[in-house]
Design a protein around this ligand. Structure first.
Ligand code: 7PM
Length: 272
């Protein structure tokens, strides 16, 4: 199923399905297709507009994953979900071969935390013709949180994303396929994340749909006095509501039902 990115539907809820053995807040539970199906059915009932499936852990310090492992984790799950439901599926990957196999199996959005910087990735995305989320990251997952540094975080992240849009246009990806993401938590201190969040309007003003992923992230843990990951729901909902208010198009979240409720309030006030 294609994803409806028209602004009347914003913000859409992207429910997270991790199929990595080590992902940080719900790791290891959904790497059996049957368990994944149950989880996806539940997220759909709760109000998810699409499901994001990733087989590469991009948490700080995570090791690289081989193409074979990523394919083996992600593709059977996409096929199983596709047999079960028409819910749009986003594939969280940087590898052209995984993009191709995922779209062939039924994915309809590519979510690339490396913004198509891997060799062959822009060409694969162009050929597949599906929407592509370009995310900003400073450094690489293994080391990105060691010492993040910016002169001006908003200008630098925006400039990077605009440069990646140009690279996309160079291989024939049309602007209507592009989604932007400032990449909260990816090579950023809590202060950098907060500044980017406050200035989310700068990203929205570009006219491209903006995806925001802050659900359960360490930014929330820090602001609440090193709150563990299981106790970040209220913080996640507050940020999801603010992101919706500021014009985000897609919210990438773990807690679908609670986020849907929070966004219903946001939408009601905006439409009053
Ligand atoms: C640490 C950092 C642990 C990040 C886990 C994560 C995003 C994403 C992820 C995001 C887009 C998580 C993440 N975060 N894709 N993939 N935007 N587009 O919370 O913010 O699962 S991984």
């Amino acid at each position: 199923m294609a994803i409806d990115l028209s602004p009347e539907q914003w913000p859409l809820i992207m429910g997270i399905l991790n199929v990595t053995p080590d992902s940080f807040s719900d790791g290891g539970h959904f790497n059996q297709p049957s368990a994944a199906i149950e989880r996806v059915r539940r997220m759909i009932e709760e109000g998810a507009d699409m499901i994001d499936i990733g087989g590469e852990s991009t948490r700080p310090g995570a090791p690289a994953v081989s193409q074979e492992d990523e394919l083996a984790r992600v593709i059977p799950v996409i096929e199983a979900i596709r047999r079960d439901s028409p819910i749009p599926i986003s594939v969280d990957t940087s590898k052209p071969a995984v993009m191709r196999a995922a779209v062939a199996a039924g994915a309809s959005l590519i979510n690339d935390v490396r913004a198509l910087q891997e060799p062959g990735a822009p060409e694969a995305a162009a050929e597949l013709g599906v929407p592509i989320c370009l995310m900003h990251m400073q450094g690489q997952p293994r080391t990105m949180q060691a010492n993040p540094h910016y002169e001006d975080v908003v200008e630098e992240v925006l400039a990077f994303l605009l440069q990646r849009i140009e690279a996309c246009q160079g291989v024939g990806i049309t602007p209507d396929k592009v989604i932007l993401d400032p990449g909260f938590g990816f090579g950023k201190t809590a202060g950098h994340n907060l500044t980017l969040f406050r200035e989310l309007g700068r990203f929205v003003e570009t006219g491209y749909p903006v995806l925001v992923g802050v659900s359960r992230k360490s930014l929330i843990g820090k602001l609440l006095g090193e709150r563990p990951v299981e106790e970040r729901l209220a913080g996640s909902l507050a940020l999801a509501t603010l992101a919706g208010w500021l014009g985000a198009a897609i919210l990438r979240v773990h807690d679908v039902r609670e986020t849907a409720d929070a966004l219903a309030m946001c939408r009601a006030v905006q439409q009053a």
